[in-house]
Design a protein around this ligand. Structure first.
Ligand code: PMP
Length: 355
């Protein structure tokens, strides 16, 4: 017999993250992690902090990390908010800024955590369909709404919006909060952080999980003008006054300051992406133009589900999504060149067998 309280939680449809397999030697191209390790300086900072001081609570506002991010962008430290992964920053954003009597707009194909947060916080979403070419058309967002959230580049398509389009979106309604989720921006899109001083309705969210290769440390941040950042701080302080632990604070700060490591590893991934796109096209895939550390590709004749299963049985993991319009696409993380070659070799075998 169900109790009255069970119905509340059972209405939630939690987000299901990509598989983190227990088998060691899989080629793991399913969750957009960075194939290169974190900055050695970040690892050294974490090792140095892993001592007796762990008995002490961390600094509660993430001040040193916020100062590093703020200085890099020429902004004030009070314009930066940090959290436990950008998923947590997003969660606070949904609660603090996107809950409105008017609807929240986002693309119908985008980060699948957004509908989950809407259900969790009782927000009414309106999902705006992507165009036939899987692009976001900014004109489609010129309608009454409380707020908009868009990933740039979009996920899982990988397609980037130019900054001028984001400015158009911001100008459509200055009373509407616009959140740009830039988890993948460093791999080829333009960041909207440059627009923050001019638009009080803009919040930009970034992560250390992708271009900084620290998914395991769980650090993300938001940048915006003071009233938006203050809203996030109020939610955070009502929820968990220590969002980042001591190791995350020092590790992320050191990673952010190691610009050389960031530039070298990011450039390698971008170069591997070009080679991967060419190889996939050579096998009969059409690949959406990617500005991210993954590609979204569909084969002219083979079904996505069968391809993903055959790849898995050959030790290569990729991601697939259930929505009918994208069911035949594979989302493939750009790995090292050796990993990409394993993927292409496995796909060649699978396609040869089925022809
Ligand atoms: N936004 C988008 C668009 C993502 O794909 C992801 C990664 N799954 C995130 C945010 C969250 O990243 P993290 O919590 O690791 O910072």
């Amino acid at each position: 017999m169900s109790r009255f309280w069970s119905s509340l939680v059972h209405e939630l449809k939690p987000y299901v993250p990509g598989e983190q397999p227990k088998i060691a030697d899989l080629v793991k191209l399913n969750t957009n992690e960075n194939p290169y390790g974190p900055s050695p300086k970040a690892l050294a900072a974490i090792a140095a902090a892993a001592g007796d001081d762990l008995r002490l609570y961390p600094e509660p506002t993430g001040l040193a990390l916020r100062a590093a991010v703020a200085a890099h962008h020429g902004l004030g430290v009070d314009q930066v908010f940090v959290g436990n992964g950008s998923d947590e920053v997003l969660a606070h954003t949904f609660q603090a800024l996107l809950k409105h009597e008017r609807p929240l707009l986002f693309p119908d194909i985008s980060y699948s955590f957004y509908p989950t947060y809407c259900r969790l916080y009782g927000i009414a979403p309106v999902e705006v369909p992507l165009r036939d070419d899987f692009r976001i058309a900014i004109g489609d967002y010129d309608r009454p709404a409380g707020a908009v959230i868009i990933p740039n580049p979009n996920a899982p398509t990988g397609i980037a919006l130019p900054l001028a389009e984001i400015e158009t979106l911001l100008a459509q309604d200055p009373d509407r909060v616009v959140v740009i989720d830039e988890a993948y921006v460093d791999f080829g899109a333009e960041s909207a952080i440059a627009l923050v001083p001019r638009y009080e309705n803009l919040l930009v969210i970034q992560t250390f999980s992708k271009s900084r290769s620290l998914a395991g440390l769980r650090v993300g941040f938001a940048i915006g003008q003071r009233p938006l950042i203050e809203a996030l701080e109020r939610v955070k302080d009502s929820f968990n006054s220590y969002p980042l632990d001591r190791l995350a604070l020092v590790g992320a700060t050191a990673a952010f300051e190691d610009q050389a490591w960031f530039e070298t590893t990011t450039a390698r991934i971008v170069a591997s992406r070009t080679a991967l796109v060419d190889a996939l096209a050579g096998l009969g895939f059409s690949v959406l133009p990617s500005a991210a550390n993954f590609v979204f590709a569909r084969h002219a004749s083979a079904k996505g589900e069968a391809l993903a299963a055959a790849l898995r049985s050959r030790g290569v993991l990729v991601r697939r999504f259930g929505a009918p319009r994208i069911a035949d696409f594979l989302r493939i993380t750009v790995g090292t060149d050796a990993q990409c070659e394993r993927l292409i070799g496995a796909l060649r075998e699978i396609l040869d067998e089925s022809s």
